[in-house]
Design a binder for this molecule. Structure first.
Ligand SMILES: *[C@@H]1O[C@H](CO)[C@@H](O)[C@H](O)[C@H]1NC(C)=O
Ligand SMILES: *[C@@H]1O[C@H](CO)[C@@H](O)[C@H](O)[C@H]1NC(C)=O
Ligand SMILES: *[C@@H]1O[C@H](CO)[C@@H](O)[C@H](O)[C@H]1NC(C)=O
Ligand SMILES: *[C@@H]1O[C@H](CO)[C@@H](O)[C@H](O)[C@H]1NC(C)=O
Ligand SMILES: *[C@@H]1O[C@H](CO)[C@@H](O)[C@H](O)[C@H]1NC(C)=O
Ligand SMILES: *[C@@H]1O[C@H](CO)[C@@H](O)[C@H](O)[C@H]1NC(C)=O
Ligand SMILES: *[C@@H]1O[C@H](CO)[C@@H](O)[C@H](O)[C@H]1NC(C)=O
Length: 492
């Protein structure tokens, strides 16, 4: 995963630079510019219409005996733990020969009563194993030697049974034997296949059927999470019964509404003294994000902005950059706040043969390396310009909806999220206040009528649990319990 792979990615996934930036992290300096030039570039063929669930035949295959086969005895380099882990493939399409890879960690305690929580990363094309499991909220993180693991003491399996999914095909270990499938992915197909995955997975783990179920994710999963939730509601409605007991969704630094996400980003960059006020003003007033024909003033300003953001990590504007991507023969001292080079450690770890064997991954010996964000997905067919109508639908269906935001992410920043939520025009139920975790202000929150909670996480970048693991765990516990974030430090 060197510079070369960044370049390849840029060239054919230019349509959605979220890919680009997540894979190359802070080395990728063209992300922002590529994004707004390309999603709306002349002749961009991406369907931006509102999301509709795709009609599919829901085939549930026999999963007899597969759960025990998927049990992970122990991962190479892993410290002792008391919870169970599973990993393996769930067949999505027998004809094409496609399968999704999952990694599942049961709760530390009370696994029988705690809910099931699905976590999705974004991209599109990025792996929930790469980010969610190994760098954010999973039980382990990889040391700088690329072969030993250490505990994340703020793992979300203290709050739930957590399922990580690599989707769609072409992401991580998930694959299709019909290679043309890598060119037909999009939001709609991802939601339909994620649903197929879930019903089959629940057949494999029947003790979780009927369990309270929540879907969470970040970044471009701001599309995946609501779209899957909508798909579940549609299937439940059609069947006249609860097939999947969906109770709520939680999304962070999420792409949810192009029309506000983009101006919100420039406002954030200007108010954080990264770009000039003039640049933000020009972009706001003379660039039309919905047109492919930008003015020369607009183009020049985009170049200026690109220069300003090129040398920082836009995903956490105050974070150090990775200065040396080499592994170390002796592991460096670990820290629970993410090491800026950890993506390289994870890459090395997940490409080890013994690790893949322990995970029951790559059983068909794929011809390419495991990558944190896909190098094989060549096209993305549809990406709704907004998911706000879905959020409204959830609120009227009584689902719990929490939208959080790490407040030092410059890519999908807190301003974008606030502008997007404002578009819903919801009355306020609990006015803005600080919330507390471990005796400090964890962030700020405001609750809207209809059960929508907005919460910032103070001092967190795009990958919130990577930078503020304790605050993130506190947030997820309150979400799962359905209790408001504490407005006093007395109770925490
Ligand atoms: C894909 O092809 C390989 C090799 O023929 C086969 O072993 C595997 O089962 C196929 N995958 C699926 C999901 O059918
Ligand atoms: C995590 O917990 C283990 C076991 O209780 C302890 O040894 C370790 O110091 C803790 N690490 C951190 C970063 O708190
Ligand atoms: C950009 O436009 C938004 C919405 O119209 C406005 O709220 C914001 O203040 C503007 N920002 C700048 C820097 O002009
Ligand atoms: C693009 O904008 C320029 C200047 O505003 C205008 O002259 C030109 O006709 C536009 N081109 C298209 C294809 O709309
Ligand atoms: C602005 O940049 C776009 C994309 O590179 C290009 O198509 C367009 O012609 C440029 N506009 C002007 C006025 O140069
Ligand atoms: C990383 O490793 C390569 C190959 O062993 C070496 O040439 C290079 O100097 C190392 N980089 C740093 C920054 O130590
Ligand atoms: C799968 O295994 C093959 C053979 O060991 C290896 O070359 C390839 O990089 C692996 N691919 C993935 C996606 O894990």
């Amino acid at each position: 995963m060197g510079k070369a792979s960044c370049l390849i990615l840029v060239s054919f996934l230019i349509i959605l630079s979220f890919f680009v930036a997540e894979i190359c992290g802070n080395k990728q300096v063209r992300a922002l510019d590529n994004f707004h030039k390309s999603k709306f570039r002349e002749g961009a063929q991406i369907d931006r219409s509102d999301f509709k669930a795709q009609e599919i035949d829901v085939i549930v295959h026999s999963q007899e005996g597969l759960k025990e086969k998927d049990r992970i005895e122990r991962l190479p380099g892993q410290p002792q733990v008391k919870f169970s882990q599973y990993g393996g493939y769930v067949t999505i399409d027998k004809v094409a020969g496609s399968a999704f890879y999952y990694y599942f960690v049961e709760a530390e305690r009370s696994k029988e009563s705690l809910p099931l929580l699905l976590w999705l990363n974004g991209g599109p094309g990025c792996s929930s194993l790469a980010y969610g499991a190994m760098q954010e909220l999973g039980p382990f993180r990889v040391k700088s030697d690329g072969k030993t693991l250490f505990r994340n003491n703020y793992s979300w399996n203290y709050a739930a049974n957590v399922l990580f999914l690599e989707s769609p095909v072409g992401v991580g270990f998930s694959y299709s034997n019909r290679s043309s499938d890598y060119a037909t992915n999009g939001d709609k197909k991802t939601a339909a296949y994620n649903y197929l995955f879930l019903v089959n997975w629940l057949e494999r783990f029947p003790e979780y059927k009927g369990r309270d179920f929540y879907i969470s994710g970040e970044s471009y999963a701001g599309h995946y999470v609501p779209q899957l939730a909508h798909t579940i509601l549609e299937h439940n409605k059609k069947a006249g019964k609860t097939i999947i007991n969906l109770k709520g969704i939680l999304i962070g630094n999420a792409v949810i509404n192009d029309a506000t996400d983009t101006p919100g980003m420039y406002d954030f960059l200007a108010t954080h003294a990264i770009i000039s006020d003039k640049a933000a003003y020009v972009i706001n007033h003379s660039c039309d994000f919905s047109s492919s024909n930008q003015t020369s003033e607009c183009n020049a300003t985009s170049d200026e902005v690109e220069r300003d953001i090129s040398f920082i990590d836009l995903y956490n504007i105050y974070a150090p950059l990775c200065k040396n991507t080499n592994l170390t023969s002796q592991p460096k001292k670990t820290s629970i706040v993410i090491d800026p080079c950890s993506e390289y450690y994870v890459y090395a770890y997940l490409n080890r043969e013994d690790v893949q064997e322990a995970l029951h991954a790559n059983v068909t010996k794929l011809q390419y390396d495991w990558e944190p964000c896909s190098n094989v997905i060549s096209k993305w067919g549809d990406s709704a310009s907004t998911v706000l109508p879905l959020i409204n639908e959830f609120l009227s269906n009584g689902l719990r909806v929490w939208i959080f935001s790490g407040d030092i992410d410059g890519r999908v920043p807190v301003t974008s999220t606030k502008y997007s939520i404002d578009k819903l025009k919801l009355p306020i139920q609990t006015a803005w206040h600080p919330w507390f975790a471990y005796g400090d202000v964890g962030g700020y929150t405001q609750v809207y009528k209809g059960d929508l909670t907005f919460a910032t996480v103070r001092g967190a970048g795009h990958q919130v649990p990577s930078y503020q693991p304790a605050r993130a765990l506190s947030l997820i516990k309150h979400f799962i319990d359905g209790t408001p974030l504490p407005n006093t430090k007395r109770f925490v």
